[in-house]
Design a protein around this ligand. Structure first.
Ligand code: MF3
Ligand code: CO
Ligand code: CO
Length: 267
């Protein structure tokens, strides 16, 4: 019989310093591709063009996309505008227009190590409503990151994210979660963005996972496109936003591995 603690942490990989270094490099490259693509996001651009540009960028830097060939996923990254919650498939017929909001999610494999990050962009001028949703979603990610330290529970990430989102009148998507990442694309544990306080596994130094809240203006439920099997949209057609970082539990707190702007002081 294993202790309760052990049982809950089973399957969560503690990364070695060498692995951490590799995953950090991959995550920073994924983040750099999100910087690189920003000036191309303008009214009239199609999302397949953005996908190809991102792929060229990561290949030029010695990496490949983890998305292409993941199951039957056909493209290099996920591009999810407006009411698309996640897993939007880049397409020459998806053309961004003034006022759109869009998430781009890039996962790189560099020297065998996975890094996963996404952020929101606005296309030209966006509405105050859309901006408020983006700001709140970014704050949700920040609140999740703030919970990352040794001995805290994974449940507290979801608890503080959901409490804030709901206070702002938004809903939290529960059908997709964050995940362990680094050696594989999706590892243990599942990182819920809505959870009970003090629930779930315990964080230990060397754990690496994503936090990637998807926050909806309207209802939380999503609907998956029956034709492509991937595109997840809000059931009510309202807006959804998402930000994602790959984070490391350090001896004293957290390091945001996919941060390239020193937004998050290492503690
Ligand atoms: N990058 C996404 C995540 O954050 C997963 C995309 S899977 C794909 O977990 F196949 F759609 F690319
Ligand atoms: Co992810
Ligand atoms: Co991702």
């Amino acid at each position: 019989m294993q202790s309760k603690k052990k049982r809950f942490e089973m399957g969560i990989i503690i990364k070695t310093p060498e692995q951490i270094d590799g995953i950090r490099k991959s995550a920073k490259l994924a983040a750099a591709s999100l910087d690189y693509i920003a000036p191309y996001i303008k009214p009239g651009v199609d999302t397949e063009r953005l996908d190809n540009l991102i792929n060229e960028f990561i290949c030029d830097h010695g990496a490949i996309s983890a998305c292409k060939g993941y199951g039957d996923y056909p493209k290099y990254c996920c591009i999810s505008p407006n009411n698309v919650v996640c897993h939007g498939i880049p397409s020459p017929t998806t053309i961004l227009k003034e006022g759109d909001i869009v998430n781009i999610d890039v996962t790189t494999i560099l020297n065998g190590y996975y890094g996963d990050t996404s952020r929101m962009y606005s296309v030209g001028q966006i509405s105050q409503e859309a901006q408020n949703l983006i700001d709140a979603t970014k704050h949700c990610l920040d609140l999740g990151i703030e919970q990352v330290r040794p001995k805290n529970t994974f449940g507290n990430i979801g608890f503080f994210i959901a409490r804030y989102a709901q206070m702002k009148g938004y809903s939290v998507v529960w059908e997709f979660c964050g995940h362990g990442v680094g050696i594989e694309f999706h590892e243990e544990p599942q990182v819920d963005h809505i959870a009970r306080r003090n629930s779930g596994p315990i964080m230990r130094p060397g754990m690496i996972f994503t936090i990637e809240p998807m926050i909806n203006q309207g209802k939380a439920r999503v609907d998956i496109d029956k034709n492509d099997g991937w595109t997840a949209s809000t059931i009510d057609g309202k807006l959804s936003a998402q930000f994602e970082h790959t984070v490391l539990v350090t001896e004293t707190g957290v390091e945001v591995l996919s941060d390239i702007h020193d937004e998050y002081p290492i503690r």
